[in-house]
Design a binder for this molecule. Structure first.
Ligand code: FAD
Length: 409
């Protein structure tokens, strides 16, 4: 373990969900890790938004691998069914389609976990690992790429060294910029609103997605707390409409939700803090370069359709950890060009395919072109008719494409 004089084996920049999971995976081995975030710990784990995240089976396997699945299970609600309703009001409307976990021979597709609970539960593990040094309330301000190391300067002028930098520092990643990794950005004319509310009629363990002309309106049932049912909503609208919705008086907003949901949630009350996320699709020319591996939103940002983002981030973290640990066990350089190439190779297919799929679904909903609407309608019609097709599509949505790391099997 390399721990002397501010020298680390690995520096992880960013302690959001993906930085935290990366640190916990790598800390299982004798590696010396620094975890850096500009926020202090209480700010890292305190999130205003009340949305839930659907963690798929492979991500849940990773939590089992870390021995923390039970902690998540008790905070979550299983998702057994996914129901899609075409609410576009267009001439050609698609039939309703329902996917069930039972058709796949599993108990549930995913667990819905509150975002705040994910961060708190992961961060609570940190004190167990003596080989993780938390440098919170500071950030990297300069990176010099040397042949065998990285020289990093922090905001308080401390210098630290590392063989590898894991960039988990989110959408405006400094690690990505410092490695000179270019991005392509597609901006959509929509904003996703994410928030939770209580209601009088329980949805069961079923997520309902209303496909509306400005994007999906997705209800994700949360664990029932004392005082009734609650649901997390991800609602895509044009930027202008989203702004109006956010500023509506709460009783008017409750009525609007009751109307859109066609009565299935009953009476809506206690609407939580509404977080707004402009919809973008950001991808990188490469996911690893010059001793820097990008994970989570530093590597990719997708529209919040089909619960893909954090699940992709878990896969990034698991593959990066597997490559690094294998190299470490063989006494090889953990930041070598060979590792960079392998990581890039193993992540490319999965990230590209999911970016493309969410893009196509979003574009097909927004499109006024008849052929596009027909294609979407026919697709849903075929899904409604064929159990085989539904099972195949769901299997693809639930498991990583390409290489699946052992920790996610
Ligand atoms: C409405 C909505 C619903 C979603 N639902 C789902 C879902 O159901 N399932 C799913 O899989 N995904 C979902 N996602 C995506 C998911 O929320 C993200 O993929 C995930 O939160 C990204 O985590 P991250 O750790 O990569 O980034 P972040 O959470 O942004 O964390 C980045 C961290 O880096 C820190 N940081 C910033 N700058 C620096 C710096 N210079 N140096 C060091 N650290 C820095 C920040 O303080 C932060 O702690 C959803 C997203 C939205 C918007």
């Amino acid at each position: 373990m390399n721990s002397s004089d501010n020298n680390y084996d690995i520096v992880i920049s960013g302690a959001g969900s993906i930085g935290l999971i990366s640190a916990l995976l790598l800390a299982q081995h004798n590696l010396n890790i620094a975890l850096i975030d500009p926020k202090p710990l209480d700010a890292i784990t305190k999130v205003d938004d009340t949305r839930n995240i659907a963690l798929m089976q492979s991500s849940l396997n990773l939590l089992k691998h870390l021995g923390i699945f039970d902690e998540f299970y008790k905070l979550s609600r299983p998702l057994e069914k996914l129901h899609i309703v075409d609410a576009t009001d267009r001439l050609l409307r698609a039939p309703e389609v329902e996917f069930t976990a039972q058709e796949l021979g599993i108990d549930y597709f995913a667990l819905n976990v509150p975002m705040g609970a994910i961060l708190k539960t992961l961060a609570a593990q940190l004190p167990k690992y003596k080989n993780i040094t938390c440098l919170f309330g500071t950030q990297i301000t300069a990176i010099k790429h040397q042949a065998a190391t990285l020289d990093l300067t922090l905001a308080d002028d401390t210098d630290i060294g590392s063989k590898l930098l894991i960039g988990a520092d989110g959408r405006n990643s400094f690690a990505r910029q410092s490695a000179g990794i270019q991005t392509t950005t597609k901006k959509y004319p929509q904003v996703a609103l994410g928030f939770a509310f209580k209601h009088s009629r329980d949805l069961g363990n079923k997520s309902v997605e209303f496909h509306r002309k400005n994007g999906p309106f997705t209800l994700i049932p949360m664990q029932n707390i004392k005082g009734g049912s609650q649901t997390s909503l991800v609602w895509s609208e044009t930027a202008e409409k989203a702004d109006q919705i956010k500023n509506l008086p709460k009783d008017e907003l409750a009525e609007l939700i009751e109307k859109i949901t066609q009565g299935i949630v009953g009476k809506v009350t206690e609407i939580g803090y509404i977080a707004a996320f402009p919809l973008t699709n950001i991808n990188c020319e490469t996911y690893a370069k010059t001793r820097t591996i990008l994970v989570g939103e530093a590597a990719h940002i997708l529209p919040p359709i089909g619960a893909q983002g954090m699940n992709l981030g878990f896969q990034d973290a698991a593959i990066a950890a597997e490559l690094v640990i294998d190299a470490y066990n063989m006494n090889a350089d953990i930041g070598s060009d060979d590792i960079m190439q392998k990581y890039n190779q193993q992540r490319k297919l999965d990230i590209h395919a999911r970016g493309k799929a969410t893009d196509m679904l979003n574009v097909s909903l927004m499109s006024n072109l008849l052929p596009m609407q027909m294609a979407r309608g026919l697709g849903l019609f075929a899904l409604q008719k064929s159990a085989n097709l539904r099972t195949n599509i769901m299997k693809k949505a639930l498991s990583p494409l390409g290489v699946t790391p052992k920790s996610m099997l």
